[in-house]
Design a protein around this ligand. Structure first.
Ligand code: CDP
Length: 190
């Protein structure tokens, strides 16, 4: 089974997807970490990088880069590298290989539209721009710039799949959002 959770920066995707995966006993996939690792690797060919997940840690060629990939500079660089079709091709192939076996909650920008259009449930997670900027502790302009780049790119732009269920997390607690999504999953399987 595969649950896709897509949406803009700071909507709560990582926290919510991780909690939904825990609640259901599924594995969590943070696709953004792949784009961030490519950004950290600089000019190297993304197809040659060894990016791996070990529990909550992200490894790039065996080195733990979990903290290094979370800086605001890497956030912006990841969204710049994510416009490159060669980067997307390599990372979509990697995601599909991971998702081929087992039960997953995968989060990102294009899971429900490109990586796994056949997902059993697609959620489009949003929140107001001021709230998303506050959660990230960065100026709204920084979040807006990344949203515009992600939504405006030619290849796999960030957009809700037509069959996604929209969940606006503005003013909602994590628990509330998680319960709602777990409820949607249970409706689909019953
Ligand atoms: O956690 P946050 O929403 O801030 O970002 P992220 O999910 O770690 O993704 C970082 C960047 O990678 C995004 O701004 C996108 O440009 C890119 N990305 C993408 O293009 N497609 C995905 N499935 C996931 C991330």
């Amino acid at each position: 089974m595969l649950i896709a959770i897509d949406g803009p920066a700071g909507a709560g995707k990582s926290t919510v997807a991780r909690a939904v995966a825990d609640a259901l006993g599924f594995t969590y996939l943070d696709s953004g970490a792949l784009y961030r690792a490519v950004a950290l690797a600089g000019a190297r060919d993304p197809a040659t990088l060894d990016i791996a997940f070990e529990g909550d840690r992200v490894l790039l060629d065996g080195a733990d880069v979990s903290e290094a990939i979370r800086t605001p500079e890497i956030s912006q660089e990841a969204s710049r590298r994510a416009t490159d079709p060669a980067v997307r091709k390599a990372l979509v192939a990697k995601q599909r290989a991971l998702l081929a076996h087992g039960d997953w909650v995968a989060e990102g920008r294009d899971i429900g539209t490109v990586v796994a259009p056949g997902a059993d449930l697609k959620v489009w997670l949003t929140a107001s721009l001021p709230e998303r900027a506050r959660r990230r502790g960065v100026p709204p302009d920084e979040v807006r710039e990344r949203d515009q780049r992600d939504a405006g790119r030619e290849h796999a732009p960030m957009v809700a799949a037509p069959d996604a269920v929209e969940v606006d997390t503005t003013g909602l607690s994590i628990d509330n959002v998680v319960r709602r999504i777990v409820g949607l999953v249970r409706e689909r399987v019953s």
